[in-house]
Write a protein that binds this ligand. Sequence first.
Ligand SMILES: Nc1ncnc2c1ncn2[C@@H]1O[C@H](COP(=O)(O)OP(=O)(O)O)[C@@H](O)[C@H]1O
Ligand SMILES: O=P(O)(O)OC[C@H]1O[C@](O)(COP(=O)(O)O)[C@@H](O)[C@@H]1O
Length: 556
Amino acid sequence: MSRPPTQHAPIVRSNTLEAVFIDPDDPLQSRQDLPKVIKHARVTYDDTSTPISSPRLERFSKIIFPRPSHPLQPARISEWTNIGSFPSPLQNNPSQLNLGLSFVGSRETILVDIISDAENTTMSRELVRAGPRKELAFHPSNQARPCIVTCGGLCPGLNSVIRELVMTLKKMYRVSRVDGIPFGYRGFYSTHMTIAELTEERVCDIHHEGGSIIGSSRGGHDTKRICDSIVAMGYNQIFIIGGDGTHRGAVKIFEELKRRRVMASVVGIPKTIDNDIALIDKSFGFDTAVEEAQRSIKCAKIEAKSAINGIGLVKLMGRHSGQIAMFATLASRDVDCCLIPEVHFELDGKAGLFQYIEDTLRRKGHMVIVVAEGAGLELIEREIESSDFDESGNKKLSDVGLWLKTHIVSDFRMRGREINLKLIDPTYEIRSVPANASDNLHCSLLAQSAVHGAMHGFSGFSVGMINTHFVLIPMEEICRRGRTKVDVKSRMWHRVIATTMQPSLSGESSHHGASMHGLIEALDGSLTFRNANSNSVFKPASQPTVFEPDEDSEDE
Ligand SMILES: Nc1ncnc2c1ncn2[C@@H]1O[C@H](COP(=O)(O)OP(=O)(O)O)[C@@H](O)[C@H]1O
Ligand SMILES: O=P(O)(O)OC[C@H]1O[C@](O)(COP(=O)(O)O)[C@@H](O)[C@@H]1O
């Protein structure tokens, strides 16, 4: 591929192009010099140079520079103990696996921030690219001693990740034995549980089943006992599949093993059905959950349409984040009201939920409501006190589905209005199904990325997909950021409002609420309003600012 001369632009990158231009003769291009270089960098194309032939290059118009203060490098075991250096067995069979040409170089990174601003340049965080490395820190067949553990709640795809970890370790790297730790962190040290070998035969078909063949649990994290057991068993690659709580536990294990100068790689594979882990494009199992949720929404709609004043109420998971509810609502387009933890709503009042139900039933004769399990928590807590916590310290929530059903039914009874409400709660059904095709693939690539990173000697990292590429993320980054939430100023949430046409549900009728009520996103992308009272439709001359997304909203 011909490249433009880069006298003033040592490194030119664009994620859309997936091209990196590096001038090996330019001494300014060392990593340390980047901040200085970036300051003065300008791209100039020399008129006398060969014309750019690739149409992909012609589209290149913006420059995205790595943000120098955010290298986000995962730790290397070599930082605290001596490691070996072994050629990857993948080098020996390039024709068989066709991997000979695709080893990842030490400087390959993936840019995180790819939405370009109005200026000519954009700064981006960068993360180390995942993938097979030429050099390994572990002799794969003689030295590597991996184990796998799954923690927290179930999620579609756990078995797919386990399967691919085992297959990559055994088939690609010829590791002799892989162990499965039973029932989460406590399985490392519990005398009542047996650690089982995960053979190729054992895991071969498990991706067709939901759940985790090695079991999972909440609670039971004891850093000292876990690390003692890891050392006693001789494990040196610890693959930990779990959510934000699990990652906090994994960081403690990583730090303790590092303190003891143990040659071990601790690797996290982020799992959360709620899709609330920061940085990554999405977590595995989320697509499947949304797909399954849609089935329930469809059933709810059928029930609602077939009854007098039918209401289909679907409760979905999402303790802190309404992502499943939001995406299932958007994907199904059958929902009239989507209630999530991030958006406060009131039941009573002119702009409360009851009034909206009344209006919708009058207009359509039926309606579908989706509620995420953490929605309306403050309303429920006014009535039901809960001080119950699960073993991991998560607050146990009252059932919002039942609570809502009870209130809606009694309110309409008081109004003397007949309604037929059917509550569908598919929460545990959704998380116990096997992964769908796209999640299966996602799980495989996550598992492969995890193994390649561990084999190379990285530690204290997680794997994830960013801008469709797989990366290694320092675990602390995931813990530091905590759980993400639906950004109610984002364009995605505004699309939900445009789809459901739900008002603000704040209880009080306000200008804001009134204008939200009846918002329709026309096919051509323009916005049209329906006056909730008169049913007349008008198009505003200019877009209302209330629907403008925040410039820095990240979920687009
Ligand atoms: N702050 C923490 N420090 C150490 N371990 C933790 C921490 N939070 C949770 N864990 C452990 O992580 C595991 C899973 O946590 P949990 O919150 O149930 O699920 P998730 O990882 O899906 O968020 C449990 O074994 C729990 O003991
Ligand atoms: O009944 P359990 O096992 O505590 O799980 C329920 C919770 O798990 C969740 O699905 C979240 O789990 P993860 O983030 O661990 O996947 C919540 O939405 C839900 O409240």
